[in-house]
Design a protein around this ligand. Structure first.
Ligand code: SF4
Length: 400
């Protein structure tokens, strides 16, 4: 596993999930259903949790959503789903939490965006939410966001900057304001009476270098656990790569106690993709293990079919699907490594280095594929059912 030295932070309990203070980096995600639709929201929370989300956030944006929260929680508990649910509040959180105490009780954390708690009465509304958190013994995430930065604070910072002999760039002033908004809000929450072990901080932007810069500064300045991620990371590959880049740079420095990847899904796309990206980042960095990894070569002109790519994908899906069963019989199975290689150039070597590996023949005129187990030649598969037989060998290896 990795040699990363984690940044020291206070530990915050979100429901029964510890965040910070040396706890494993927590994977979280957010629903995109209408929270007022109890069944759809409960189903998606359950789905995200089954995919590996250890905390799930839902938006609580109006009274219908607030009224739905306790029913969502009840429905999940009936199905033995105990994942902590976080309420995302903007603009009217101070009213909803007071008017719907059952919602406040059902949630495991409140997310407050200090830039979105109202204009003239911003601090007052922020403090009301904090008072509700104290009353219901809940932690809060103070989630500063580039797209909804506290405009009054930004105007004050810009004003101060204009009086300097060597003013900073507007961008730098905005980044300073992000940090200041988080620091100042946490201080205000503690002044109201919220314990330091009830505060998590995030400061999200959509550009990798900005996120890295701001989190490095916050990590030096504050002791609270940090929720790390790129906001509005974007669609598909761009979102995944940008998020992975930002998270990797920070996690490698030990910064980050819980992570979320905010992908823009395709219409009808799989919401759990963001959970799998979080898991893959943590596993690639050697920070946590979730599912056995498949080592596969990229393929080249030595292969005359796409068979081995298909097999690699099939095996990765199979490993993921079997994890709930395998975890019961083989503790540590998630650290297993499986190699699926295209030909004899690197195939046998890579396969021997894996727990189980298969080296396909490259050209399929003579379909025979040696299988290696714990570094030794185990068998050679031939014929039309190489994939099925290899899956069987995997099963037997895990269940032995
Ligand atoms: Fe090409 Fe064989 Fe290397 Fe795969 S193992 S990339 S097929 S040479």
């Amino acid at each position: 596993m990795s040699h990363i030295k984690r940044r020291e932070s206070i530990q915050v309990m979100v429901g029964d999930v510890p965040v910070g203070g040396g706890a494993p980096v927590v994977v979280q995600s957010m629903t995109n259903t209408d929270t007022a639709d109890v069944d759809a929201t409960a189903d998606q929370i359950k789905y995200l949790h089954r995919a590996g989300s250890e905390i799930v956030r839902i938006t609580v944006n109006n009274k219908e959503a607030a009224q739905a929260v306790p029913h969502i929680k009840d429905r999940l508990l009936k199905e033995d789903v105990t994942v902590p649910i976080v309420g995302d509040f903007h603009y009217n959180g101070h009213k909803l939490l007071v008017d719907y105490p059952e919602a406040a009780k059902a949630l495991s954390k409140f997310r407050i965006n200090p830039g979105n708690t109202g204009t003239k009465t911003r601090d007052e509304n922020f403090c009301t939410i904090v008072e509700q958190a104290i009353k219901h013994e809940k932690p809060v995430r103070i989630g500063v966001n580039w797209g909804s930065l506290d405009q009054q604070l930004l105007a004050d910072k810009m004003d101060d900057n204009s009086k300097l002999e060597n003013p900073k760039s507007s961008k730098q002033v905005m980044l300073d304001t992000m940090v200041e908004s988080a620091r100042r809000s946490a201080e205000l929450a503690e002044d109201v009476g919220l314990a330091s072990n009830k505060i998590i901080i995030s400061c999200k932007m959509s550009h990798v270098q900005d996120v890295v810069h701001v989190y490095e500064r916050i990590a030096d300045l504050l002791d609270y656990p940090l929720h790390v991620g790129l906001t509005e990371a974007g669609m598909g590959m761009k979102g995944m790569v940008a998020s992975s880049a930002a998270l990797s740079v920070l996690l490698q420095q030990g910064i980050g106690d819980t992570i979320r990847v905010s992908l823009t899904p395709k219409p009808g796309g799989d919401r759990a993709e963001e959970v799998r990206v979080c898991q893959q980042v943590l596993q690639s960095l050697g920070i946590r293990s979730f599912v056995p990894q498949v080592t596969a070569c990229p393929g080249c002109g030595r292969t005359n079919s796409t068979y081995f790519q298909e097999l690699a994908e099939e095996i990765q899906d199979y490993l993921r699907e079997m994890m709930p069963v395998w975890r019961e019989v083989y503790p540590g199975v998630e650290e297993m490594n499986v190699a699926v290689m295209g030909c004899v150039v690197n195939g046998p070597g890579e396969s021997r280095n894996a727990n189980i590996g298969i080296s396909l023949p490259g050209t399929f005129e003579e379909p025979k594929a040696p299988v290696y187990m714990d570094g030794e030649h185990h068998s050679t598969l031939r014929g039309d059912n190489i994939a099925g037989e290899f899956r069987e060998i995997l099963d037997n290896y895990v269940m032995r």
